[in-house]
Design a protein. Structure first.
Length: 75
């Protein structure tokens, strides 16, 4: 089950909730102030997979060639 991060627009408190995907946008009340103006952040689950994709794309292949393309230097 994915972890979702929410931020309360009233008190700016962030909190994480583990809940089913189909309940991701279900209304909830802030545990701190009881406010119901809650915004969902990008979940940890998705942030992790996204970070891997980004680091894989920008990974430098070698110091001799620029742009992550080693076609010209034989690496
Ligand atoms: Zn709050």
């Amino acid at each position: 089950m994915p972890i979702y991060e929410y931020i309360c627009q009233d008190c700016k408190r962030e909190f994480e909730v583990i809940r089913p995907m189909n309940r991701a946008d279900a209304p909830m009340a802030c545990a701190s102030c009881g406010g119901e103006d809650i915004k969902r952040q990008i979940s940890v689950f998705y942030a992790e997979s996204g970070g891997k994709a980004v680091s894989g794309m920008s990974e430098p292949s070698c110091g001799a060639c620029a742009g992550g393309n080693c076609a010209g230097c034989g690496h």
